[in-house]
Design a protein around this ligand. Sequence first.
Ligand SMILES: O=C(CO)[C@@H](O)[C@H](O)COP(=O)(O)O
Ligand SMILES: [Fe+2]
Length: 220
Amino acid sequence: MKELVIAPSILSLDYANTSEQLKELNESNAKWMHFDVMDGHFVPNLTFGPDILKGFKKCSDLFMDVHIMVDNPEMISEIFVKAGADMVTFHLEAVKDIEACIALCRKIRAAGVKAGVSVKPKTAVDALLPYLSEMDLVLVMSVEPGFGGQSFMEDMLDKVRKLRKEIEANNYDTRIEIDGGINAETGKLAVEAGCDTLVAGSYIFKQNIKEAVDSLLCQK
Ligand SMILES: O=C(CO)[C@@H](O)[C@H](O)COP(=O)(O)O
Ligand SMILES: [Fe+2]
């Protein structure tokens, strides 16, 4: 399994104290920053555009993990690739079919950016299994996408186990990320099931950032 990476979700950042929180985040052991893009249509919430990503990139060297929860990922992924995303993860539910999904992964990778595919809680991962070599990451949503601070859906770990089995059997390089309701306890369950990348928003930003990240890194 790959080295465990923590991706703090800045959806939960305290925007009244942005520079202080960013400084703390930069000094923590987090290697990624998780950037949630919501369009008010694919999900009932609205968040950040590309200029905000550019701004964060000026203040941080963290790997920019951009999760696009949008209806038109073909168009929006291009915008965030141009804005400097290191990874763009789009939703399987937002593309026409698996062929369109693979085509978009290839397009993102051709631009020199890592490509991820996400599934909502009600979507199975089975359709992705034959194509994992086309993806740098699969993101398993462990809450309904749209908001931070929801409770972890433990039954999503069956998808993680299935993905891990397939990745190990074929020696794929694909990461497994989980997003929604992650804290020290649920993070441990997720790592045991086979996740190597943990997104956490409210858990990290509602306490000392460095300590929270470290608590997620100490899963053994
Ligand atoms: O994509 C999303 C929500 O749709 C997330 O990335 C949230 O930001 C996670 O927040 P917590 O559940 O960790 O508070
Ligand atoms: Fe997310």
